[in-house]
Write a protein that binds this ligand. Structure first.
Ligand code: FES
Length: 151
């Protein structure tokens, strides 16, 4: 993220230490993750210890300290989805995009994640792509959905 963009986010929160959480949320929203350099910039910009910034960045699971893709595909590996072929979906993404669970493509286009049961077992096997649930997935359908992603 450019320094000017970071400065603009800090300014929009008045450079107030009490706005640390909102500041980090904005950076995560823009970048899809929190780069180390950005965290250092925020600490300096808000005049708070870097340890406090990291403390908040690691406390909330909605923040990521690892690069995340523009698109996120989360495949459910809970028991009901697993017995209906969820592993095949993961293998398809590994084969077609070269990334395993927890990894992101080098071009930062796609991140693959897995989760254990999201409470929609009747839809299994399922994937959540950019927040949208897709059930009864075959590898072909998943492949089509991922190809259709923009950018
Ligand atoms: S096991 Fe996948 S939603 Fe429950």
């Amino acid at each position: 993220m450019e320094n000017a963009e970071l400065e603009s986010i800090l300014a929009s929160h008045g450079h107030r230490p009490s706005e640390l959480l909102a500041t980090l949320q904005d950076i995560q929203g823009n970048e899809n993750w929190l780069p180390r350099e950005s965290l250092a910039h925020v600490a300096a910009g808000l005049n708070v210890p870097l340890s406090r910034v990291y403390g908040m960045a690691t406390f909330f699971s909605s923040f990521s300290l690892k690069p995340r893709g523009k698109h996120v595909c989360t495949i459910c590996m809970g028991t009901a989805c697993h017995v209906r072929g969820a592993q095949r979906l993961v293998e398809h993404v590994e084969r077609e995009h070269g990334i395993g669970p927890g990894e992101t493509t080098a071009d930062l286009r796609l991140t693959l994640e897995t989760v254990n049961c999201v409470g929609a077992c009747a839809m299994g096997p399922l994937a959540i792509i950019d927040g949208e649930y897709h059930g009864q997935l075959s590898t072909q359908t998943l492949g089509r959905l991922l190809k259709k992603l923009k950018g």
